[in-house]
Design a protein around this ligand. Structure first.
Ligand SMILES: Cc1cc2nc3c(=O)[nH]c(=O)nc-3n(C[C@H](O)[C@H](O)[C@H](O)COP(=O)(O)OP(=O)(O)OC[C@H]3O[C@@H](n4cnc5c(N)ncnc54)[C@H](O)[C@@H]3O)c2cc1C
Length: 424
């Protein structure tokens, strides 16, 4: 293989380029990125950046000399629009083509929107730095009523930041308990309590029926949110945090299988061995989970495995990424790992949920499948290490013969938050 094109110049794309060079690849590396920016870190966008304690420069994922060492051809502000995998060609939105032997797809996703709100002023989503700059400026106008639609991690973090900024916030969650699917109903309830403890109104079990607007000279602006039960909540600013859609439409006609993400094996290779997919867009179908891992550590660790397999031209390494995640809300650090589902039995191992300081473990069919903590990093990391060897088997691809590359056992690699405590 003499050339590799990486589509998506963010965390997973950058890590793929680094892995290529670290693994001795000295051919041509082309980085294609739709955003007109070098890779930056997204987790602070909902936390430190909204609070104004981190600026744009503080989000950089690499230094200038590290970029130089990659010796890559950067095509920023350009989208890949078509992949001709057998022909080894990528067609770009600026009309140019890239000829390549291998492709790494790292295109992440786009936020899901509430229908009919695309052009409504005051309705925001948060995925990119540009989104965050716009949202931060809108919050600086001190909206009287902020409504966050979606009580998942992103919505909860933005609500916590708004509360820290002294704004009045309501979180709307369509399910009966926030984070039910991510951390189960028991711990979801504990996380939900964080909102109410900090004076943030939490309404569960209610979808949004309609976003109500008023007409202004420049167009429509949000004025309220109508719930499914008919209630109207006044809203000057709405943040829609209802998940994301993998950015894979551009692969139509490419023969790369796509189904709620780019389908891969446990080594992040697609059915076409010269095409790998990593990060939020990738969904590996081996094992029982078949899910995408929309977490920073997964996007950071998968590329080393994918690149090893891409360069070998076959599946030689498997991934032991264990879906590690963290979230910072109201001065509480939540950490989780494993393959947690809503029906697992949960046991508090140490500490107390009432104090927001605890370690819990999740069990299915007699096996420990996950761990979760609040403000108990040391105990969590210990527990996570004991968890890995058994749960590793679950996602092991039957074709894998060799060991893992870049395994999670290196430990939590997330950036240390520079956010001061954001408790009330
Ligand atoms: C606000 C926010 C806060 C978060 N906080 C946390 C956290 O606290 N903890 C945690 O574990 N995770 C967190 N995450 C998740 C984490 O940031 C993501 O898992 C990670 O960014 C995924 O990286 P990625 O490279 O796969 O995708 P992305 O970072 O989404 O990058 C994909 C890139 O591909 C580009 N692209 C898309 N289509 C094309 C195309 N056709 N051609 C060229 N380029 C294209 C996009 O423009 C984008 O730049 C957070 C995410 C967000 C948005």
């Amino acid at each position: 293989m003499r050339s590799v094109a990486i589509v998506g110049a963010s965390l997973a794309g950058l890590r793929a380029a680094e892995a290529l060079r670290q693994q001795g690849f000295d051919g041509r590396v082309t980085m294609i990125g739709a955003e007109l920016r070098q890779p930056y870190d997204r987790p602070p966008l909902s936390k430190d950046f909204l609070l104004g304690t981190v600026d744009t420069a503080g989000l950089a994922l690499a230094e200038a000399d590290e970029y130089d060492a990659l010796d890559a051809d950067w095509r920023l502000g350009v989208r890949a629009e078509r992949l001709d995998a057998p022909g080894g060609r990528l067609l770009l939105s600026d009309g140019t083509q890239v000829r390549t032997d291998g492709v790494v797809i790292a295109t992440g996703g786009q936020p899901r929107m509430l229908p009919g709100t695309k052009d409504v002023a005051g309705v925001h989503t948060l995925r990119t730095l540009d989104d965050a700059i716009t949202l931060r400026a809108a919050l600086a106008e001190r909206p009287a009523d902020v409504v966050v639609v979606g009580g998942g991690f992103l919505g909860a973090e933005v609500a916590a930041s708004c509360q820290r900024l002294g704004l009045s916030v309501t979180v709307l969650e369509a399910m009966d308990i926030p984070l039910r699917n991510a951390i189960g109903p028991e711990m979801g309830a504990v996380a939900g309590q964080l909102h109410t403890d900090h004076g943030v109104r939490l309404i569960c079990g209610q979808g949004v029926a309609e976003v109500l607007t008023r007409t202004e000279p420049g167009g429509r602006r949000v004025r309220a949110v109508r719930l499914a039960d008919g209630r109207e909540l006044p809203a000057d600013l709405v943040l829609v945090a209802i998940g994301m859609r993998p950015d894979a439409d551009w692969l139509a006609g490419s023969r790369v299988p796509v189904n709620n993400g780019v389908l891969t094996d446990a080594g992040w290779l697609t059915e076409i061995p010269t095409v790998a997919a990593v990060g939020d867009v990738a969904r590996h179908a081996a094992g029982t989970s078949g899910r995408r891992h929309e977490h920073w550590t997964s996007a950071s660790e998968q590329p080393a495995v994918a690149v090893a397999n891409l360069l070998a031209g076959r599946h030689t390494a498997h991934c032991t990424c264990r879906g590690y995640f963290w979230s910072d809300q109201y001065g509480v650090r939540i950490q989780g790992a494993g393959s947690i589902t809503a029906t697992d039995e949960v046991r508090v191992v140490e500490g107390s949920p009432a104090d927001r300081t605890f370690l819990a473990s999740y069990h299915r069919d007699g096996v420990t499948v996950g761990v979760l903590s609040m403000n108990m990093a040391k105990a969590f990391n210990r527990a996570r290490r004991t968890l890995l060897p058994s749960t590793e088997e679950e996602d092991r691809c039957p074709n894998c013969s060799s060991g893992a590359v870049g395994a999670t056992r290196r430990g939590a690699a997330e950036p240390t938050s520079s956010t001061p405590s954001i408790s009330a």
